[in-house]
Design a protein around this ligand. Structure first.
Ligand SMILES: Cc1cc2nc3c(=O)[nH]c(=O)nc-3n(C[C@H](O)[C@H](O)[C@H](O)COP(=O)(O)OP(=O)(O)OC[C@H]3O[C@@H](n4cnc5c(N)ncnc54)[C@H](O)[C@@H]3O)c2cc1C
Length: 386
């Protein structure tokens, strides 16, 4: 069992410390962030030999603004990573500001602590290695080859294990995200739908203890967000510092392919419109992990598990499509109409209804342990609704 939470996190191995790596395991999870660690969590106690690899140490490189529904963090046993909790969302447009009282709370959290807590719930060996590709059941890394019959790509949008070199911005359906982390404090979870910052997308300010995470997400990958991220940070009275950015998928993709399970951003599981990809990485990571566990325990073949996980992910496609259509529609609304529309939609009844549906895209009770068949039930329920 890895117990990183109580240990100082090592820096990624460099130079002579990067010894050769080889060997076989039952399950090889590539990517040790939200998705990969959630898969590993479901395999704890299964007796499977689980190997997790990442190019960085666990929790070393923050991959997001780290805001998620509090309930998801609670059901995953990650409360100790929480920094601040918010019951309202304040939306700014070019013409007004509106406060939406949410039917559930969001919390910001400390990435390193969260990853350590999540890793602590798993039972696996961990190594730092950069994955370069795959041939069948062999994954090639910069430290050598690793083999496993069950392979998971949880390495984000590049979908490295599919050899996805033709899926690149600006042509692929990817949004552009950039944020800064100035020191400071605040009490509000705020977003900006304002074209002076980004023509299609939104800006955010998420206070997190002694820093504020201020950023921009552009649905158009061609829009360079750096200047206006700086502008938003400066307009908020801070000095931009601590840049962190990445591409964010906004279109769901096949969750399996050529015998590999794709989870989180590698399967496009991040939600369009809001770019929320943490709870979806948890959710699909759990679903994939449960299928893998069934294989380990001899209840399913690998092919059955691949098919069921793919069906489960596909059952959500219509919700993703609906959100992607909204993502395409909002930037077309003239600003003078957007402001009154945002105000009109701020009634408690409408916010409860719309955010309630949004929340239910990934119901947090799914994470409860002791429901090994829940993945499939969830898929069946969703298929019935669709
Ligand atoms: C600026 C920004 C802010 C965001 N804010 C939020 C937010 O507040 N809330 C929210 O819900 N979502 C947010 N998102 C989206 C969210 O970050 C992603 O959807 C989420 O991180 C996906 O989780 P994942 O585990 O699939 O991938 P990631 O978190 O990206 O993890 C991938 C892991 O794979 C590793 N890896 C990658 N390539 C290799 C390789 N070749 N070899 C070995 N390891 C590799 C990485 O080191 C990393 O640990 C934000 C995104 C951005 C860019």
């Amino acid at each position: 069992m890895i117990t990183l939470f109580s240990m100082p996190v090592r820096r990624t191995k460099r130079g002579a410390d990067r010894t050769a790596l080889s060997g076989a395991s039952d399950v090889l999870i590539c990517g040790a962030s939200f998705a990969g660690l959630s898969v590993a969590r479901e395999l704890a106690g299964s007796d499977a030999r689980v190997m997790v690899i990442d190019r960085y140490e666990i929790g070393e490189r923050q991959t997001s603004a780290c805001a998620a529904p509090t309930e998801w963090l609670r059901v995953m046993g990650l409360e100790a990573s929480l920094l601040q909790t918010f019951g309202d969302l304040v939306i700014h447009t070019a013409h007004n500001s509106v406060r939406y009282p949410l039917p559930f709370t969001f919390s910001t959290f400390d990435y390193r602590t969260l990853c350590a807590l999540l890793a602590d719930q798993g039972d696996f060996e961990f190594e730092t290695a950069k994955v370069d590709g795959r041939t069948g059941e062999t994954v090639h890394t910069d430290r050598g080859d690793l083999t496993a019959p069950l392979i998971i790509d949880a390495m984000g949008w590049r979908r490295v294990l599919a050899g996805g070199h033709d899926y690149q911005p600006p042509d692929a359906p990817l949004s552009r995200g950039l944020e800064v982390h100035p020191a400071g404090s605040g009490d509000e979870l705020e977003i900006w739908i304002d074209r002076q910052y980004v023509p299609a997308g939104y800006g955010w300010s998420f206070p997190a203890g002694d820093e504020v995470r201020i950023g921009l997400g552009s649905f158009d990958p061609g829009f360079h967000v750096k200047d206006t991220t700086n502008k938003l940070a400066e307009d908020l009275g801070t000095t931009p510092w601590g840049y962190q950015g990445n591409w964010i998928p906004h279109q769901i993709r096949a969750a399996t392919g050529d015998g590999v399970f794709f989870v989180g951003d590698s399967a496009g599981h991040c939600l369009p419109l809001t770019a929320e990809g943490i709870r979806t990485a948890f959710y699909f990571g759990i679903a994939g992990g449960r299928e893998l566990r069934a294989v380990i325990e001899g209840r399913r073949t690998r092919e059955e598990a691949l098919r069921r996980y793919a069906d489960f992910s596909d059952a959500h496609e219509w919700k993703y499509r609906w959100m992607l259509n909204t993502q395409r529609f909002v930037p077309r609304v003239p600003p003078r109409l957007l402001a009154p529309a945002i105000r009109a939609m701020g009634t408690k009844r409408f916010v409860d209804w719309s955010f309630g549906h949004y929340f239910r895209v990934t119901p947090p009770e799914f994470a409860r342990r002791g429901e090994p068949e829940a993945a499939v039930r969830g898929a069946e329920e969703l298929s019935a609704v669709a």
